[in-house]
Design a binder for this molecule. Sequence first.
Ligand code: COA
Length: 187
Amino acid sequence: MSIGSTRILPSLRVTFCMAELRQLAGVELAAELERLASLLVACVDAGASIGFLRPLDLQSAQGFWRGVLQSEQRGERLVFGAYHDAKLCGSVQLVLAQMPNQPHRADISKLIVEPDMRRQGLARGMMELAEASALKLGRRLLTLDTATEDAAALYRSLGYQFSGRIPDYALNPDGVPEATEIYYKLL
Ligand SMILES: CC(C)(COP(=O)(O)OP(=O)(O)OC[C@H]1O[C@@H](n2cnc3c(N)ncnc32)[C@H](O)[C@@H]1OP(=O)(O)O)[C@@H](O)C(=O)NCCC(=O)NCCS
């Protein structure tokens, strides 16, 4: 049964400099699938360790985002986008834990920013928006994992606590096993 998109109040929209950060829900997310797929391909090609091997072909990336859209429409996750000059150049997802005993928990997933748009605060802004949205939904415990030191530095600066390191957790984009680090934050 489709629950429908989890639309957060329109007030959760942030604008700074030339950037606008907002939730992408329903038709708005559907309209951005092509762009999100290109963004994912660009990030994986640039070495992002986010679940894919490189080279990632566009068709596979589109398939991934179609799955995200379906999950979003079932009310399982929220998707946020960062726009610069009206062009989508970043995204992050808040994946709502589905088990009945975890109504207070969500995962942060697939935080990506276009390679030539980095170090301008877009990821930090999207994380803050995702956290504000989580709080509105009563999701007070956020968990995530990362294999990337750049991202870990961001998470630590936002107050995420290091919980542990799992060796050989996944393959990096070139197929080499690498460790992942687990973080959590109580909002
Ligand atoms: C990680 C990523 C999302 C950061 O995006 P971003 O928009 O450049 O991040 P921000 O500009 O908001 O940076 C916020 C903070 O993160 C840390 N950070 C970000 N990139 C960093 C880097 N290359 N080296 C060291 N610290 C970094 C810094 O603390 C930075 O604050 P500062 O600029 O004031 O020093 C981006 O590099 C990316 O898309 N990487 C590939 C995908 C990926 O690994 N995602 C994480 C999956 S868990």
